[in-house]
Design a protein around this ligand. Sequence first.
Ligand code: ZN
Length: 120
Amino acid sequence: MPYCPDCFTEYVEGVAQCADCGTALVPGSPPEPPRRKVADLGNSELVRIRVFSGGTAQMDADLARNILETEGIPCVLPGETSAEVLPVLDVPLFVREEDAERATELLKSYLDEGEPLPSE
Ligand SMILES: [Zn+2]
């Protein structure tokens, strides 16, 4: 069965183009659709390590999540699972309790880099 490589819709034999997006179909079966990687948080206690706020909150939070996931630390942004399109003012970022300390340090070094250290 041909399928659309863009939206992974499967079509019957003989169809050459995706009805949805117009992309040329490719033969074979569609691979597993790309899925958002769901962090495996187990039953761990979640700790809020940071709250992003302001107009770039969601962007900052996404960046932070990328940083943490690159380091192998699963994290949760509660806002992303809802379908709400309301502007989010504060985006909290959660990690597992056991990762909290490391995650905080990582974000500090990545996100706060360049800021002058507080003098003693
Ligand atoms: Zn398509």
